[in-house]
Design a protein around this ligand. Structure first.
Ligand code: SF4
Length: 439
């Protein structure tokens, strides 16, 4: 796609400051006049990084046609500094860095190193950690800039919180809250720009960011001119590893979010971010409860009736092969399960998986459950299965705590208790550990 870039004259820079002409991000904007540091200026000056000596060329009005995919190819092996310089030189006042308050502070350091004026905005969701706010402040002082904070619409936030509470995202997913607090303010910010700069890297999320180009026509948002293709997205860190970003931050002595020293890697809003353990991927620290639920079929509010079974193109039900057919897995019928649910037939303990043959997560535990049954063969525990799909679904939901497939239940001997296996880890050792703990 060919993107037309119109270079305009240099923005109204403030004396001694890198921030200039914030008019593009018009909503909730900070006027140039409000950027005066007044009497604190002398004190702050000592903490600022020295100005980079590169000459800031006065920009001219230039009409240019740019083939963005071709440009991405050309810049694919360029350094983040070269990419940043290219981005700022091409778009001038019409581009801004999106700063989340995490290690993407590297973008600001790179922008500073180009010696060009640059703009920074951030989404002030109202739910950030105190450490993030402190970093914002530190960054503003170090680089002598004002970050353009984009706030959510107050009426929308009030409506969300009054009707659903402060933590609705734990119940029905993060999308609604993110839409109000992040996506709409972001859309508003981008409508005042022709390009933006993000800290996205390929190694951040193998599932969704594996092919982030260094520059692209934004596939999701519109820019100043409106319509598809009206916004360019720069990702100068795309090809850089997280390790290399950290090496750069340390070398340049860039201020970082204090949460990083507490095990946080990817940092977002406070309720939706947590530290990760060694070996865990950084994205496991974000919206972790949804990742866990994604390991089951049919979720959110336990609404098993909303399960969608696979259908053919003609809308017919697709029959899936039965599961857990190992010789040591006993098949339980409805009568057996009714008795167990009442505390009857408990001469031995039993562990039973409730499943649907078409459920991919039930299918995924097929081998481990068969092996688990082999290991317990001849023991005091019966390993069984109950097909809780179709006509058995409502019975299982009412009597066997079924909320999603697969559900694993333990029925201790001589008891009426039903103990639900609480973990998504359905490996053999984890299942054996569960049984051992209850013996
Ligand atoms: S990250 Fe969490 S708190 Fe922040 S906007 Fe999204 S759902 Fe809301």
């Amino acid at each position: 796609m060919v993107f037309v870039v119109l270079f305009v004259g240099a923005g109204a820079s403030l004396k001694g400051q890198n921030v200039h002409n914030l008019g593009g991000l018009s909503s909730a904007g900070v006027s140039a006049r409000s950027l005066s540091l007044g009497g604190k200026k002398a004190k702050l000056e000592q903490r600022r990084v020295p100005a980079v000596s590169a000459t800031i060329a006065a920009r001219e009005v230039v009409q240019s046609s740019v083939d963005i995919p071709k440009l991405a190819e050309e810049l694919d092996s360029a350094s983040p500094l070269e990419i940043m310089d290219k981005a700022l030189s091409m778009f001038g006042d019409d581009i801004a860095i999106a700063f989340s308050g995490a290690e993407d502070v590297a973008l600001i350091e790179y922008a500073h190193l180009t010696g060009r004026p640059f703009r920074v905005f951030s989404l002030e969701t109202g739910r950030l950690n105190p450490e993030t706010y402190r970093l914002f402040d530190e960054v503003e002082k170090r680089y002598n800039i004002r970050i353009q904070y984009m706030f959510p619409d107050a009426t929308e936030v009030e409506e969300l919180v009054r009707t659903k509470g402060l933590f609705s995202f734990y119940e029905d997913g993060h999308q609604e809250c993110c839409r109000v607090r992040k996506v709409r303010p972001l859309r508003r910010a981008l409508k005042g720009l022709k390009a933006w700069i993000t800290g996205q890297r390929k190694d951040q999320s193998p599932g969704t960011r594996a092919s982030v180009p260094v520059v692209q026509v934004d596939p999701a948002f519109e820019g100043l001119d409106g319509g598809p293709g009206s916004l360019v997205k720069w990702n100068p860190l795309s090809n850089v590893s997280g390790t290399a970003v950290w090496s750069f931050l340390r070398t340049m002595d860039v201020p970082v979010n204090a949460l990083h020293s507490q095990g946080y890697v990817s940092i977002g809003c406070e309720p939706c971010t947590r530290a990760v353990l060694p070996g865990q991927h950084e994205r496991e620290g974000r919206w972790w409860w949804e990742d866990a639920k994604a390991k089951e079929c049919g979720l959110h509010k336990g609404n098993i009736d909303s399960l969608t079974e696979p259908q053919s193109a003609l809308g017919e039900k697709v029959e899936a092969a039965d599961l857990f057919t190992g010789e040591n897995v006993k098949t339980f019928a409805r009568g057996d399960m009714e008795a167990l649910a009442k505390g009857e037939n408990r001469e031995k303990s039993s562990i039973v998986v409730l499943y649907a043959p078409w459920c991919s997560f039930s299918q995924a535990m097929n081998d481990s459950y068969n092996t688990f049954a082999d290991k317990l063969a001849g023991s005091k525990v019966v390993v069984g299965k109950f097909n809780a799909d179709g006509a058995e679904k409502s019975f299982a939901k009412e009597n066997l705590q079924l909320q999603s497939y697969p559900t694993v239940l333990f029925f201790p001997k001589n008891s009426s208790q039903i103990i639900k296996y609480p973990s998504e880890n359905r490996e053999v050792d984890a299942l054996l550990g569960f049984v051992e703990a209850l013996q």
